[in-house]
Ligand binder design. Structure first.
Ligand SMILES: [Zn+2]
Length: 135
């Protein structure tokens, strides 16, 4: 079995690096200059993604209570324009559209349930939840 070469770099403490070399020029994962720049790029992107997520969470927290169903059409139009202008990812707009649709659907269900309960109470007053509570 061929002996794998050790990394030719020196650690911060000044000792020879004991990791196995993985690159053609004899460096380990930590000391390979091209890997290090890729790793830096990766963590930079990770940091950006986290910052974006934090900004989005802050934004949604601030508008969470302010948005009502009447605002949704205007909000969706704003998303459409943002996607067209390239300031919003289509996937983000798609997610927002999906949530808006779910919100409308839930609101409609709640409204229908209330109307149905009111109609049932008209037909058979004993079914009125208010009357039932008393009786
Ligand atoms: Zn090394």
């Amino acid at each position: 079995m061929a002996r794998q070469e050790r990394c030719k770099a020196t650690t911060q403490a000044g000792d020879p690096c004991r990791s196995f070399a993985i690159s053609a020029d004899g460096y380990c994962v930590s000391h390979d200059p091209s890997y290090r720049s890729r790793k830096h790029e990766g963590s930079r992107r990770g940091g950006e993604a986290k910052a974006n997520a934090r900004r989005a969470a802050k934004l949604w927290a601030s508008i969470g209570n302010a948005v009502n169903q009447d605002d949704l059409p205007a909000m969706l139009r704003a998303c459409l324009i943002s996607v067209r202008d390239g300031t919003m990812e289509p996937a983000q707009a798609s997610a927002i559209a999906g949530l808006a649709k779910a919100s409308v659907s839930i609101t409609n269900e709640i409204e229908l349930e209330a109307r149905l309960t009111a109609l049932e109470a008209l037909i058979d007053p004993t079914r009125d939840p208010k009357i039932r509570r008393i009786g």
